[in-house]
Design a protein around this ligand. Structure first.
Ligand SMILES: [Zn+2]
Length: 406
C-alpha cells in the first residue's frame, strides 16, 4: 500500500472505531470525556495524539472498577468467543470476528503458505498467543497441530508423522526439538518455516536455524492486549508495522509522539471492533525507521525491542536506555567496564561515558570510536572519560543520573 493510501485507510477505520467506541465502550468514552474530546476531534493520525495514553499498568484497576473488561468491550458477553487472562490480572475478550489480532499478514510475510502443516508449541491456557497464531494460520490455509508446550519426544514424533513444514513457538524450544530429533535417530525434521516469539532471537541462533536446518525463521511484536503490530519480512531488517494498528513511538512521560528515529514507548491504536484499544501504552520501548525496505513494502519498521519504558533517562530532551549504552560500548570495542553519568553544567545536561579499558588498548583510539558510536546509537553528543581499573563497580547502574536540580 502506498503511504498516502495507508493514511486514508487508517483514518477511515480510525473514525469508524472511535464512533463505535464512543457508543458502546464506556471505558473509552470516559477517557475522551475526561480530556474534553469527542470522536470527531481525534479522526486524523495527528489529532489522535490529543487523547492521553492509557497505560497497561492502569488496566487491572480500571477492570476492577467496571468488571470484567473495564468498559472496553463493545459487545455483550454472549458474543464473546474466549476470555484470556494476563498477569495483573487483565481480562481480554475475543469477539466474534476473525482476524482481529492481525497476525496473518505477519505469518504470510514470514513464509507460511496454504498447505503448510504447522505444530504450535505455544501455551494454550489463559494467554492468547497460541490461539492468535492458530486462527491466523487457518486464515492463510495452513493446518495446525495444537501440540502446546513441552513433551519434546511427542513433538518430534508428531512432526515426523504429519510431515510438519512449519513450527510456531519459542526459539529455544525449536532448538530443543531439532536436537532431540537427532538424538532420537528421527533424522531431520521437515520444518521449512518458523515463527518464533516470547523471548529474544539471537542472530547466531537464527543463522543456525536457517543455514544448518534450512528453516526460514521470523519473529513479530505484539502483546495480549493489542495483538500483532509488527512483523519481519524476508529481509529481516526490522519489523514492518501492520496497517490495522496505528503505532506511535511516544515520550513515556508526556505521551506525545517523538520524531522518527528516537527511542520511545510503543503506543498502539488497533482496529479491533470488540476490544478497541485506543492509544494503549505498552510500556515497551522501540525505535522506528521509515526508510524504504528492499522487500518493497512501504510501511515503517520497528527496529526491535529496546527495553521497558520505566528504565529510560531523559538527556537534553532525548531518552536514553541502558541497552543503548551496551550497544554503543559494543561498537567501540576494547572496554571492560563502562557507565554513563548524567550531570548538569551551566543549566545544560552533560553526558559522560566513563570507561575502563582492556589491557593494551589505547585511550587515543577508543575515545573517537566511542564518541562516534554514542552519536550513532543515542543521537546525542557525549564525552568519553577513561578511568583507572576498579573505578566502576561491577554492579554499577548503566546510567547514573547525578543531576542536581537546585
Ligand atoms: Zn521488508
Amino acid at each position: 500500500m502506498a503511504p498516502a493510501a495507508r493514511r486514508r485507510y487508517q483514518e477511515v477505520w480510525l473514525r469508524a472505531l472511535l464512533a463505535l467506541a464512543w457508543e458502546r465502550a464506556p471505558g473509552v468514552r470516559r477517557r475522551m470525556e475526561a480530556a474534553r474530546l469527542v470522536p470527531r476531534d481525534l479522526g486524523s493520525l495527528e489529532s489522535l495524539s490529543r487523547l492521553p495514553v492509557i497505560k497497561k499498568s492502569q488496566m487491572p484497576d480500571l477492570q476492577k472498577a467496571d468488571p470484567p473488561f473495564g468498559g472496553f468491550c463493545t459487545v455483550p458477553l454472549r458474543q464473546i468467543r474466549k476470555i484470556f487472562v494476563s498477569p495483573g490480572p487483565i481480562f481480554e475478550p475475543l469477539g466474534p470476528e476473525l482476524g482481529s489480532w492481525h497476525a496473518e499478514t505477519g505469518l504470510y510475510a514470514g513464509g507460511f503458505r496454504p498447505g503448510d502443516v504447522v505444530i504450535n508449541t505455544f501455551a494454550y491456557h489463559l494467554t492468547p498467543a497460541a490461539h492468535e497464531l492458530d486462527e491466523a494460520l487457518n486464515l492463510i490455509g495452513c493446518a495446525v497441530v495444537p501440540t502446546g508446550v513441552g513433551n519434546t519426544d511427542t513433538q518430534v514424533m508428531i512432526a515426523k508423522a504429519v510431515g510438519a513444514t512449519g513450527f510456531v513457538g519459542t526459539p529455544s524450544f525449536l532448538m530443543t526439538v531439532l536436537k532431540r530429533a537427532e538424538e532420537m535417530g528421527a533424522g531431520r525434521l521437515p520444518f521449512q518455516v518458523a515463527q518464533v516469539g516470547a523471548e529474544a532471537l539471537p542472530e547466531s541462533l537464527r543463522r543456525t536455524f536457517e543455514e544448518q536446518y534450512g528453516i526460514m525463521t521470523r519473529q513479530g511484536f505484539g502483546t495480549a492486549d493489542i495483538g500483532l503490530v509488527a512483523y519481519e519480512c524476508a529481509e529481516k531488517s526490522g519489523m514492518h508495522l501492520v496497517d490495522d494498528a496505528i503505532t506511535q513511538v511516544c515520550d513515556p512521560q508526556s505521551g506525545k509522539p517523538l520524531a522518527t528515529g528516537q527511542i520511545g514507548e510503543i503506543v498502539a491504536t488497533v482496529n479491533n471492533h470488540t476490544y478497541p484499544m485506543v492509544r494503549f501504552g505498552t510500556g515497551d520501548l522501540t525505535v522506528v525507521d521509515d526508510a524504504r525496505c528492499p522487500c518493497g513494502r512501504t510501511s515503517a519498521r520497528m527496529l526491535g525491542w529496546r527495553g521497558r519504558a520505566d528504565e529510560v533517562t531523559k538527556v537534553r530532551g532525548m531518552f536514553i536506555h541502558p541497552r543503548q549504552v551496551d550497544e554503543a560500548a559494543a561498537k567501540a570495542k576494547g572496554l571492560t567496564r563502562y557507565q554513563v553519568v548524567v550531570t548538569r553544567k551551566d543549566h545544560q545536561d552533560v553526558m559522560t561515558f566513563r570507561v575502563e579499558l582492556a589491557e593494551g588498548i589505547e585511550a587515543g583510539t577508543v575515545a573517537p570510536a566511542l564518541e562516534a558510536a554514542i552519536r550513532d546509537v543515542m543521537k546525542l553528543r557525549g564525552t568519553v572519560e577513561v578511568v583507572p581499573k576498579g573505578t566502576i563497580l561491577e554492579n554499577a547502574k548503566k546510567i547514573s543520573d547525578e543531576r542536581k536540580w537546585d
